[in-house]
Design a protein around this ligand. Structure first.
Ligand SMILES: Nc1nc2c(ncn2[C@@H]2O[C@H](COP(=O)(O)OP(=O)(O)OP(=O)(O)O)[C@@H](O)[C@H]2O)c(=O)[nH]1
Ligand SMILES: [Mg+2]
Length: 357
């Protein structure tokens, strides 16, 4: 999965990026390097994987990856931001950082600390970015439309629909796109088409944090998930030696580190889950969508396994643990199932594929 961290200038994007990835990118003062983006991948923490690794002691251990892109952004003269649009390509989702910390030393591009105002500001900036993208595309299509090119006409008709939708101040992710339309727009990088979650970046203490009530209510009403965290604190915690982190979190009354909270929410936002393959050579987690069938899951590993698919031997992680980590015992209780190619894989399934090529 690939998540883009986006927001107004100086809201704490790079700080949050560092907190999530344990990177040490410099957090500049205002007018820093501008639209420079950063990328880093982290392994998705999973206690089940840790446990399976301790049982199998495999030669290789492969967790699922999560890639974070800190999307560069600078303020333009007209109060809009300039996002580094090139870094948006290929993102699965956006994490929008909203400044909620007070700090006289850090200027706000609109000279205010107003989380709800920033949420609305960004939403309208994203809509405008998409409208601009559509306009450029329409201009490019003109020639082909004049020649009555069918595909171009179809695309234009969709684009008109999108335009209307955006002009009504609605993000494209709420547009009921049919499969035909999806095909047309798969390659487009519309900002408002991406699933989104918000991150309120608070101060280290309540007195350095502004009230979030109205902004939270707004997002809840729109059905948009959010996380509240202090970027600065989380960055410090991420940079501690691993063995000291738990104590710090407890001290600060933080129930779960930012990364793990973020990953859980992203998995649910994007309907993702994991299945496991285990053995002495490799214990591995595989990321799939929650509608993935056994055959598609096999294809994640190798196209040959999907092509020659016979059966999937499936044992859920929880059943495995309940049977004292013994396949034999699970088998005798009938918990190891043989599933066909249309079986919908569940989160935590341990799978061995039988195939014939
Ligand atoms: N007090 C406080 N300051 C923060 C927090 N998060 C970020 N800052 C400060 O705000 C300034 C900007 O932080 P960055 O993480 O660089 O923000 P950014 O959004 O990446 O900034 P640009 O990339 O320049 O748009 C830095 O001086 C940070 O130290 C926070 O949680 N609390
Ligand atoms: Mg930055």
């Amino acid at each position: 999965m690939k998540a883009g961290i986006i927001g107004l200038p100086q809201c704490g994007k790079t700080t949050v990026f560092n907190a999530m990835t344990n990177m040490k990118v410099t957090v500049d003062g205002y007018g820093g390097k501008g639209v420079e983006s950063h990328v880093a991948a982290v392994k998705v923490p999973d206690e089940r994987m840790d446990y399976l690794a301790s049982v199998y002691n495999p030669k290789k251990l492969t967790y699922v990856d999560m890639t974070f892109v800190d999307i560069g952004c600078k303020k333009k003269a007209n109060e809009r931001s300039e996002f580094d649009m090139a870094s948006i390509r290929g993102l699965d989702m956006l994490a929008v950082v909203i400044r909620a910390f007070r700090d006289e030393a850090v200027p706000h591009p609109l000279d205010r600390i107003n989380p709800l105002g920033d949420v609305e500001q960004l939403q309208s900036e994203f809509l405008l970015e998409d409208l601009a993208l559509i306009e450029t595309r329409l201009e490019r299509l003109e020639k082909d439309i004049k020649r009555n090119n069918k595909d171009a006409v179809k695309e234009r008709d969709y684009l008109f629909e999108f335009q209307k939708h955006l002009e009504d101040e609605k993000p494209l992710r709420t547009y009921p796109l049919d499969s035909e339309g999806e095909k047309v727009f798969r390659g487009f990088q519309f900002l408002t088409l991406k699933p989104v979650l918000y991150i309120f970046n608070t101060g280290e203490t309540p007195d350095k944090t502004v009230d979030l009530q109205s902004a939270k209510a707004y997002l809840e009403n729109a059905g948009i998930p959010y996380i509240i965290l202090s970027g600065n604190l989380e960055m410090e915690i991420a940079q501690l030696p691993e063995e000291d982190r738990a104590l710090f979190l407890e001290d600060l009354k933080i129930d779960e580190p930012a990364l793990s909270k973020f990953i859980k929410m992203s998995f649910s936002l994007l309907n993702r889950c994991v299945f496991f393959t285990v053995g002495p050579d490799e214990v591995r987690a595989w990321e799939i969508t929650s509608t993935c069938t056994a055959r598609e899951a096999a294809g994640k590993i190798h196209s040959d396994i999907a092509r020659g698919f016979i059966r999937a031997e499936v044992l859920s992680y929880s059943d495995y643990r309940a049977c004292g980590d013994s396949y034999q015992s699970a088998r005798s209780k009938g918990l190891v199932r043989l599933e066909g190619k249309e079986y919908v894989v569940k989160d935590g399934d341990m799978i061995e594929f039988r195939f014939n090529v």
